[in-house]
Design a protein around this ligand. Structure first.
Ligand code: CA
Ligand code: CA
Length: 415
């Protein structure tokens, strides 16, 4: 419902009649009421509109004039600030990317480190396996036969096709450190037959069996009785013409049974079979190419080291060729990681040359380090295989009074 216009007007008038402190200080002093009052207000506003407008204009212009430079510089700063913030944001993003990448790298490094650790463990395992294998190989080489001999049940045998009397054959076997062969069982007998057949199938071969002491009482050359086993050809031994006291393998026979025993004249010339106990090194020694070696880990002066080797039945090592030299280095490294070891080489001023401890000359082979030997006539007269990084296992002359580990060599013994 629309209100009548008079209501609106009267409301406006009522509003106009409310005293306003803002204008209380006006010169008019009071507000006029009713229609005449409304007119008063309008005239009042009209009278002052121009003044207000002018005032506002002045204020605005003052504000514009005063603030203009400020706003401009702020804009610049804000713009710069915005640029900086944007740049910083970019940088932060880059930094985050870098950090992520670094984290990934770190993870990668951790994985790599784990892999390296695993590889190290593998390497260690392989090393111990290699060492174990080397020890097994060394263990095998601890029992070796002389050249040309074949091992059978822990004894070395060799068939010689250089005919000798029984005594001569015994001597030949003795030169190899053994005796004529003593086949005490069927298996060994079978082995010996195959062995001499590789040399000759047409000869007789002496074995270490005889009845030289008491006729008909056969015994082995080590003095033991024949025992229960024998391989006599039927009808043997018959001591033909009363002069047959030594026994052969009948390798070649037309009318007789081949590869059986027969007594023969000891002064007939026949091939022969020798047996030798395998060579062995004392405990703690390693055999290489028929020589026993041992690393001594307590450092001594050259002369004390040489004396220790003599007490051990040998000498300081004399590596006369590259392979022996390399073997000694590997042997040393298998037990020691020190700065080197004495070898049996020293300078003889009276001879003006280096000699081995057995009195032999140095020879053609040497393994001197760079600039070595460097004090021939001075204090440095004894030789080490030097182990420092730059010395690379090469020979170097040092004062004989220095303390080094050492390696001794000795001949293997036969049981
Ligand atoms: Ca006889
Ligand atoms: Ca006979």
């Amino acid at each position: 419902m629309q209100r009548p216009e008079s209501y609106w007007l009267s409301s406006a008038d009522a509003a106009a009649r409310i005293p306003n402190p803002m204008y209380a200080s006006n010169a008019d002093g009071a507000y006029p009421g009713g229609a005449s009052g409304r007119r008063g207000v309008c005239s009042f506003l009209r009278a002052r509109r121009s003044c207000l407008a002018a005032g506002i204009a002045v204020l605005l212009s003052l504000g514009v004039v005063g603030l203009a430079p400020l706003t401009f510089s702020n804009k610049q700063e804000i713009s710069q600030l915005l640029t900086t913030v944007t740049r910083d944001q970019d940088n932060m993003q880059k930094l985050f990317i870098t950090v992520d990448a670094l984290k990934r790298d770190q993870d990668g490094m951790r994985q790599l480190s784990t892999t390296v650790d695993a590889l190290k463990r593998d390497l260690d395992r392989e090393r111990s396996r290699t060492t174990a294998l080397e020890q097994r190989i060394q263990g095998r080489t601890l029992n070796t036969c002389p050249e040309g001999y074949t091992m059978w049940r822990a004894i070395c045998y060799k068939a010689f096709n250089t005919p000798r009397y029984f005594n001569g054959a015994e001597e030949a076997c003795g030169e190899d450190g053994g005796t004529l062969a003593m086949p005490r069982d069927a298996e060994t007998s079978v082995f010996l037959v195959s062995l001499y057949k590789s040399v000759s199938s047409r000869n007789f071969f002496w074995i270490g069996l005889h009845d030289r002491r008491i006729e008909g009482k056969f015994e082995w050359v080590d003095g033991s009785a024949l025992g229960s086993y024998n391989s006599w050809e039927p009808g043997q031994p018959e001591n033909f013409k009363g002069i047959q006291d030594c026994v052969i393998y009948h390798a070649y026979a037309v009318t007789c049974l081949k590869d059986t025993w027969n007594d023969q004249d000891c002064h007939s010339s026949n091939d022969f079979i020798c047996q030798v106990a395998p060579a062995s090194c004392p405990e703690g020694h390693t055999m290489w190419r028929g020589i026993c070696y041992k690393v001594f880990s307590t450092p001594k002066t050259f002369s004390y080291a040489a004396a220790a080797c003599r007490a051990d039945g040998g000498t300081l090592v004399m590596p006369r060729d590259a392979k022996t030299n390399a073997f000694l280095n590997s042997l040393y490294k298998s037990v020691q990681h020190g700065r080197g070891f004495w070898i049996g080489l020293y300078y003889r001023p009276e001879e003006g040359q280096f000699e081995w401890v057995d009195g032999s000359a140095l020879g053609l082979y040497s393994f001197w380090g760079e600039g070595q030997p460097n004090h021939r006539g001075g204090k440095k007269r004894c030789v080490v295989t030097a182990k420092l990084m730059h010395e690379r296992d090469r020979w170097s002359d040092r004062p004989c009074s220095d303390w080094y580990c050492f390696i001794c060599q000795a001949s293997p013994g036969r049981a």
